[in-house]
Design a protein around this ligand. Structure first.
Ligand code: NAD
Length: 443
């Protein structure tokens, strides 16, 4: 039986092993999912909600264990990991309630009703950076809609997924929620198997593979892909607020977040003060292991991701960018808080997604230049503008699924990508309905 080992990112010590789900085993999982789904689809929304709420209550005693596993497997500091787990567990009943309302039949007129029916089996393919929250955001609406789910977690975080799914399965019907463990090969085989929908959160490159592999059977897709989020700081901005946001957003989860700020365009008239304050704040961040107090930047998840960030930093410095804080040659496994200025459009740090704690700054003379640079990207997940009067007009011109004016993106809304950051989305009634087949009944 082939196995997958999970490694601790600092010591690279093995912390656990799971069996890989091979392509040959997938039909057995699909059969079990089919059986369970037939039963599950017949339950009312209220009964599915009740069973899922009961299942999520089983997680309460293992919350701390889950948070520690997140720290051990991908390096997230304990406070943030606890927040991720707590958010997932405590919001479960609110989440099922909201989905239940969204999926209730809708009467359009005297003769026509819209129904939200199950699609069948949904493959949920998840990343490692928020290993619990990202999986849950997709599997909860899928299950509530009457589907069975096969979850393929990231190969970086198999143990978090195992504890999560095994705990829920103490009470869920057998076969309704199953795990397929492994790397991209397992993911690829799962997409090709007899499932009906792929709900994916991950990189743009993987999203394109999945879309191609889902095409022959026109499998439904929800694609939550990567981002390269710009931030524009106008001369009229509250500089301290902009500095706070730029640093916090660039360093969140050691910079390993889809909507972290990746490129900061600051008005040249305030650039000196902005940069001085960014460096001062960035120096206060504490790098270290997930279980050490006061640490707010953990290690990068693995040596490959670490090298990618170094390559981007070195490409930038070779092309003329200046390091205001930090270096471009950090040893494994950490990237210290890094601030770079003098970014240009030909640098990979500017045009690719950067998964590390880096604030990358360029100056602009005219706002049109900043808007052009911000939009000059295949990505379109989030975009943020800080400024006084005129900020809303700038935000209006930004090409992104989520825009923040003097604050971050998202809020209470759905999680939406524009351009090649994805399509289909989750969250709110419109998002929940993407996990269902709409049926129009005329009577
Ligand atoms: P990734 O694309 O490398 O992997 C994601 C998942 O896809 C993993 O489970 C992986 O095993 C699987 N996979 C890989 N190749 C596959 C294939 N050919 N077919 C099917 N599955 C395959 O991404 P990652 O490194 O795990 O996560 C980081 C990326 O996720 C970043 O780009 C980040 O921006 C993005 N992300 C996006 C959001 C969002 O909501 N938009 C949220 C979190 C992360």
């Amino acid at each position: 039986m082939p196995t997958l080992t999970s490694y601790e990112p600092i010591s690279r010590a093995a912390i656990g092993t799971v069996n890989i789900t091979t392509a040959e085993q997938l039909p057995t999982l699909v059969n079990a999912a089919q059986q369970a789904q037939q039963y599950w689809a017949k339950l009312s929304l209220g009964m599915r909600q009740q069973q899922l709420n009961h299942a999520f209550q089983q997680l309460t005693p293992v919350q701390d264990q889950l948070a520690k596993l997140i720290g051990q497997e991908m390096g997230k500091d304990y406070r943030r990991a606890t927040y991720e787990v707590g958010g997932t567990v405590q919001s479960a009943s609110y989440f099922t309630d909201e989905i239940s309302q969204a999926l209730a039949p809708e009467r359009l007129d005297r003769n026509t009703e819209l129904q939200y029916r199950p699609l069948g089996i949904v493959a949920v393919i998840a990343p490692w950076n928020y290993p619990l929250a990202m999986a849950n955001n997709l599997l909860m609406p899928a299950l509530m809609a009457g589907n069975a789910v096969i979850l393929k977690p990231s190969e970086e975080t198999p143990l978090v997924a195992e504890l999560f799914v095994n705990t829920l399965n103490k009470v869920l019907p057998k076969g309704l929620l199953q795990l397929a463990q492994g790397d991209g090969e397992t993911g690829k085989a799962l997409v090709a198997s007899a499932i009906h929908m792929v709900a994916f959160t991950g990189s743009m490159a993987t999203g394109k593979h999945i879309m191609a592999n889902a095409a022959p059977a026109l499998k439904r897709l929800v694609m939550e892909l990567g981002g390269n989020d710009p931030m524009i700081v106008m001369a009229s901005a509250d500089i301290d607020a902009a500095v706070q946001f730029a640093v916090a957003s660039s360093f969140e989860n050691a910079g390993q977040m889809c909507t972290s700020t990746e490129r900061v365009y600051v008005d040249a008239r305030i650039a000196t003060e902005f940069e001085r304050k960014v460096v001062a704040l960035a120096r206060q961040y504490q790098v270290g292991a997930w279980d050490k107090p006061r640490v707010n930047i953990g290690p990068l998840v693995n040596p490959v991701q670490h090298q990618k960030v170094l390559d981007q930093l070195q490409d930038a410095t070779q092309k003329g960018a200046q390091l205001l804080l930090g270096r471009d040659d950090y040893p494994l496994p950490f990237i210290q808080p890094t601030v770079v200025t003098g970014m240009t459009a030909d640098m990979t740090l500017e045009c690719d997604e950067t998964f590390g704690p880096v604030v990358a700054i360029s100056h602009f003379k005219h706002i049109d230049e900043a808007i052009l640079r911000a939009n000059d990207s295949p990505y379109g997940l989030g975009a943020v503008v800080f400024g006084g009067q005129g900020a809303a007009a700038v935000a209006e011109q930004l090409e992104a699924g989520m825009v923040g004016i003097n604050q971050g993106v998202g809020g209470g809304g759905p999680w939406v990508g524009a351009k090649q950051s994805g399509f289909g989305f989750h969250g709110t009634a419109a998002g929940h309905r993407q996990f269902a087949q709409v049926r129009v009944v005329s009577k």
